[in-house]
Design a protein around this ligand. Structure first.
Ligand code: TYM
Length: 334
């Protein structure tokens, strides 16, 4: 069976963007067709400084979010990256395969390092090599992500190709990005040109997975829109990014296509469409936040789930790391 891997950083709370662009799709891929492995990437999170107590809490809360949203830890392997050491070990090999120029072209690096690259951590620069290692230490073939991770997945393919070429092997698979659905890029509720993000200073710009029904309703009611009613075709949303975003969110939450949402709501004003979206969002999201809070009452249980996941993961990762070391020429352990 083909293997799916994906990861999320525990660098803050989960947003609706993470849910619709990633977690909800992780749940959809769970089942007989794929072996699924989902990861909290704490080593990636610390590429920018994290308060240690917050990192611990955010990692557990992310785990609670996965489970509350429908990831079944007996069906999927659910892990915390630092508990499976082969990720970091393979990343070192990939640091020696990837080229400085490749890393320097990553738009996420350029955005995050900003004008002061000299002051950014070395880890932030090397970030995509660790991401490639996350995927390839499982020989994963399918990686569901939001649109913003596309370039990193192309780099993962480049690293696999160069490793295979440099060592004359056909060892690492060429991974397929899976960027599908109505909400691969959920935008800020305040500005349709910016992606919804946990790092946006305005809390009104995003829906957090821990928001209660009142907060969800308030944020959607105040979301930026234009004065026009909804058009009768998707084409009519081309220059209306805020309207398009709300339609996409509706579609993803309802498991519908954006075309279908437009067909159902053509001609409506936002005064009508927004309350419908509030009802839908509360119906779908409130049970998740309630369940997350319940799971967070028992952090020891979360830690047990992660420990069990790490054991299962290492049955896959340890042999692949050993084989990689053999290919590279490292002397076998006693
Ligand atoms: P991260 O933690 O920034 O985001 C986790 C996932 O959520 C998606 N996402 C969004 N999708 C739609 N709209 C949005 N506004 C939005 N914001 C975030 C992201 O695309 C991602 O799928 N580098 C990764 C984590 C990672 C990873 C991996 C992913 C580490 N190793 C291996 C896949 C495979 C990241 O920072 O995601």
């Amino acid at each position: 069976t083909p293997r799916v891997f994906s990861g999320i950083q525990p660098s803050g709370g989960l947003t609706l963007g993470n849910y619709l662009g990633a977690i909800k799709r992780f749940v959809d891929m769970q089942g007989a067709a794929f072996e699924t492995i989902y990861c909290m990437v704490d080593l990636h999170a610390i590429t920018v400084w994290q308060d240690p107590a917050d990192l611990t809490r955010n990692t557990r809360e992310l785990c609670a979010g996965f489970i509350a949203a429908g990831i079944d830890p007996t069906q999927s392997i659910l892990i915390n990256q630092s508990q499976v050491p082969e990720h970091a070990q393979l990343a070192w090999i990939f640091n020696c395969v990837a080229r400085m120029g490749w890393m320097g072209r990553m738009t996420q690096w350029k955005d995050k390092a900003g004008k002061n690259a000299e002051a950014a951590s070395l880890g932030l620069f090397a970030y995509p090599a660790l991401m490639a290692a996350d995927i390839l230490i499982y020989h994963a073939t399918h990686v569901p992500v939001g649109e913003d991770q596309k370039q990193h997945l192309e780099l993962t393919r480049d690293i696999a190709t160069k490793f295979n070429h440099d060592y004359g092997v056909d060892f690492f698979p060429i991974t397929e990005p899976v960027i599908e659905g109505a909400a691969t890029r959920v935008m800020s509720l305040r500005d349709g040109s910016k992606k919804m993000s946990k790092s946006d200073p305005s809390d009104m710009s995003r829906i957090n997975m821990t928001d209660d029904a009142d907060a969800i309703a308030k944020k959607i009611r105040k979301a930026k829109t234009d004065p026009e009613p909804l058009p009768d075709t998707l084409k009519g949303l081309d220059d209306r990014p805020e309207a398009r975003n709300l339609v996409n969110i509706y579609a993803a939450l309802a498991d519908m296509s954006a075309e279908q949402v437009i067909a159902d709501h053509a001609g409506q004003q936002f005064g009508q469409f927004k309350p419908a979206l509030v009802d839908l969002a509360v119906e779908k999201l409130a049970p998740i936040s309630t369940e997350m809070a319940r799971l967070m009452d028992d952090p020891a249980e979360i830690d047990r789930i992660l420990a069990a996941g790490a054991l299962r993961a290492r049955e896959i990762t340890a042999p692949i790391l050993r084989k990689t070391y053999d290919i590279v020429g490292m002397v076998p352990p006693p």
